[in-house]
Design a protein around this ligand. Structure first.
Ligand code: UD1
Length: 353
């Protein structure tokens, strides 16, 4: 069997890692990188650190508006799919690379499997929400990470195409966490275990309006512990454009972190503040409280179990939410046991539709 994976943005490289490993020696695996993320620190380091072979094809589409970027991917992917004639095109998550690949494949009758299917924020302002809803409905096989995601797929009439496989980000997180414990990865210089927090911000709703961005930064700056802010290129570009200084008060801006260093930084921290989907869940799995700067989350289990608090409309609440007391420990495992990638491979090999 030949499976062609399409990835393009940072979280997809993380998801690809356990899948590529599980496919080794079982499946002829072709990897296509759209080039949506192209900076060394947003792309190459993930392939290196997570021991993923270099992509077989890189379309190098780069940045652009949604239409331009997605269109370039569509045009670039079709001939690649025709050349490799895969049994499955496997798409990951909810980025513009995901929807482009699903659409390109379905148009030329190649079966599409969507990994991380069924997640919903029910916020139609988010590009990721359009991407995931449309990708789910275009796909032939929906590989869902959680029971909640399965419920969404059922409500949308997609249950017959859906399989609960678990969360592949948990697979990779557990293996990197264990490596970090064994080898130890140094904390950023000058930071003391448990005496700092980690933050990331990149969602258009938080970065693109200068007033809102300033309010969020002011909230972080006023915190009682230093905040290691790993600066996504979108945040860097927009802050510069609006003349907004990131370095203020408690904030210590740093370049985006390679995955093992991010995991180590979160493990050693007193808390996480983010608008990233993946990081909310990673914090939960590492037993670190998270505050999410968004009106809603796809990973509702983190909130229900008390480990994640959402702050969005009233940003004056940000400092008190972050500085809340430690949540009650839980032994719930809503994201599986770290063996999701194997279930994905078994499902792809055996699925008869
Ligand atoms: C994308 C995904 C988002 C995911 C995020 C992870 C979509 C719609 N969004 O958002 O779901 O959570 O990746 O990071 O697909 N840039 C660079 N170098 C890079 C990449 C981006 O400079 O390597 C800059 C460019 O100015 C670009 C901007 O960042 O215009 C935004 O990049 P883009 O990939 O379009 O969206 P993200 O905000 O990264």
């Amino acid at each position: 069997m030949r499976v062609l994976s399409v990835v393009g943005a940072r979280p997809q490289f993380v998801k690809l890692a356990p899948i590529a490993r599980a496919m080794r020696n079982q499946i002829d695996h072709v990897v296509v990188h759209t080039g949506q993320h192209y900076d060394e620190r947003m792309s190459d380091v993930f392939f290196r650190d997570l021991e993923i072979d270099a992509p077989d094809v890189n379309l190098a589409v780069g940045s652009g508006g949604h239409g331009t970027q997605t269109a370039a991917m569509l045009a670039g992917l079709e001939p690649v799919f025709k050349e490799h004639e895969p049994d499955w095109v496997l798409v990951y998550g909810d980025t513009n690379s995901t929807i482009a690949a699903a659409l390109a494949a379905v148009k030329i009758h190649i079966p599409v499997a969507h990994l991380e299917a069924g997640l919903r924020s029910f916020n139609r302002r988010m590009p990721e929400e359009h991407n995931r809803v449309l990708t789910d409905h275009a796909s032939d096989l929906l590989l869902a990470p959680t029971q909640v995601a399965m419920g969404h797929l059922e409500r949308e009439g997609l249950l017959r195409r859906s399989v609960l496989v678990g969360d592949v980000m948990t697979d990779v997180l557990f293996s990197v966490r264990d490596q970090v414990r064994k080898r130890g990865v140094a904390l950023p210089e000058g930071f003391e275990r448990g005496r700092y927090r980690v933050a990331t911000l990149h969602r258009p709703d938080n970065t693109d309006d200068p007033q809102r961005l300033t309010q969020i930064l002011e909230g972080l700056a006023s915190l009682d512990l230093p905040v290691l802010l790993a600066v996504h290129p979108r945040l860097k570009t927009l802050a510069l454009q609006h003349g907004i200084t990131l370095q203020r008060g408690a904030i210590v801006p740093i370049d985006p972190l390679p995955y093992p260093e991010l995991v180590a930084a979160v493990m050693g921290s007193a808390g996480v503040i983010t608008d990233s989907g993946g990081l909310q869940k990673e914090a939960f799995l590492l037993g670190v409280p998270c505050t999410t700067v968004r009106p809603e989350t796809e990973w509702v289990e983190t909130v229900d179990l008390g480990w994640n608090v959402l702050v969005s409309d009233d940003l004056s609440q940000l400092p008190s939410a972050v500085q809340r007391s430690m949540p009650k420990a839980t032994d719930a495992t809503p994201y599986g046991d770290g063996t999701a990638a194997q279930s994905v491979v078994e499902t792809l090999l055996s699925w008869r539709g």
